[in-house]
Design a protein around this ligand. Structure first.
Ligand SMILES: Nc1ncnc2c1ncn2[C@@H]1O[C@H](COP(=O)(O)OP(=O)(O)OP(=O)(O)O)[C@@H](O)[C@H]1O
Ligand SMILES: Cc1ncc(C[n+]2csc(CCOP(=O)(O)O)c2C)c(N)n1
Ligand SMILES: [Mg+2]
Length: 325
């Protein structure tokens, strides 16, 4: 083990920076006072942080896992606007006794996730802290497309989902229950991986924008909570009729082991970063999307989300500062 304290700031950077490859619009990457990106047109900007013991636990996540996840949750937000990523800035704060191999893993994970979209870490910052924090700012370009906001859903639109919901939340419950035992179970390992390294359907974001999606977001806090955000912003009701039988089947082993209903994760589970979008009825759904519901006028009770006409029993979703769901 070689700690950050032994290496010093420059020593840490000299180990991490070679692991980051500049790609695409990043014409000057990490190493100078600032990075240089070549971008034309409107720029999308978003930020999201992972904090040790609030968003990940070192006992469960390797540095590489955290790198993948930190990049993924930001790249999903770029995709959810209908943009293509151009680069990330990564601000790191770590305890001085952090092993450099953990940070090298983090850099590898960030770089590998970025490589999927031909994007890269453009730069960042390094500081000390009592616990690890990975804070990312992501940039994306719209390439002439209109951004897909949350407030454009209209009655008659189709509600569609790309990617999955519920798997990452089941994975987290499995880790909390008994990480070692459940990781060794092939029926459960995939759900745990969905928590540690979610795989958002990135390319569906641009495809949705090109197809004319009326509203979109990534499901980070749970289907009910995030669908409600579209409903409220657009002043409509999202009526979901899909029973998610395929996803329920994938959740069944966790439901059995933990004695919990799969609906808890399907309705309330965040962090898969699937894309929830609405499309005008005449639009053929882009590849990767499945129809899961319809946009209706808001009921007398106001905008909201219903499942076959009724509110979900599992409507809490994720809340920071509230001890979780
Ligand atoms: N500290 C802050 N200062 C300014 N704006 C903020 C701050 N925190 C959040 N916001 C803004 O509030 C909105 C909601 O933030 P949130 O992090 O919940 O985004 P989200 O897309 O709903 O979730 P996720 O980031 O998990 O996908 C965003 O537009 C974000 O820019
Ligand atoms: C150790 C640990 N505790 C709790 C959670 C659950 N969790 C954290 S943030 C979040 C939603 C997205 O947040 P944000 O909107 O900040 O991106 C969820 C569901 C976890 N993954 N790991
Ligand atoms: Mg989002």
């Amino acid at each position: 083990m070689v700690s950050c304290a032994e290496l010093g700031e420059d020593g840490v950077l000299s180990r991490i920076l070679p692991l980051l490859t500049s790609r695409g619009p990043v014409v000057l990457g990490p190493g100078d006072d600032a990075a240089v990106l070549t971008v034309a047109g409107d720029l999308v900007v978003t930020a999201d942080a992972l904090v040790e013991n609030h968003d990940f636990v070192v006992r469960w996540s390797s540095g590489e896992d955290v790198g993948h996840k930190a990049a993924a949750q930001n790249l999903a937000d770029v995709a959810a606007m209908g943009a293509r990523p151009v680069g990330l800035l990564v601000s790191l704060a770590v305890p001085e006794l952090t092993d450099i191999s953990w940070l090298e893993g983090l850099a590898r994970g960030l770089d590998a996730e970025c490589a999927q979209l031909d994007t890269s870490v453009a730069g960042g910052d390094l500081s000390g802290a009592e616990q690890i924090m990975v804070s990312i700012t992501a940039f994306g370009q719209l390439e002439g497309r209109q951004p897909v906001r949350r407030d454009g859903a209209r009655p008659g639109d189709v509600v569609a989902l790309a990617g999955t919901v519920g798997l990452a939340a089941a994975g987290l419950d499995l880790l909390v229950d008994d990480a070692e035992q459940h990781r060794a179970d092939p029926a459960l390992a995939g759900l745990i991986m969905a928590q540690l390294r979610p795989e958002p359907p990135y390319l569906s974001g641009v495809a949705a924008a090109e197809a004319g999606a009326s509203a979109m977001l990534d499901v980070s806090d749970g289907l009910v909570k995030d669908a409600s955000r579209i409903a409220r912003a657009s002043g409509v009701r999202l009526e979901i009729h899909d029973a998610f039988v395929d996803l329920a089947e994938r959740l069944a082993p966790a439901a059995k082991v933990l004695g919990a209903p799969a609906l808890k994760w399907l309705h309330g589970g965040g962090e898969d970063h699937g894309l929830l979008a609405c499309f005008p009825p005449d639009v053929p759904l882009p590849e990767g999307f499945r129809e899961i519901g319809t946009v209706l006028s808001a009921s007398e009770a106001g905008p909201g989300v219903t499942f076959n006409g009724s509110p979900s029993r599992f409507n809490a979703g994720w809340q920071h500062f509230a001890g979780g769901q």
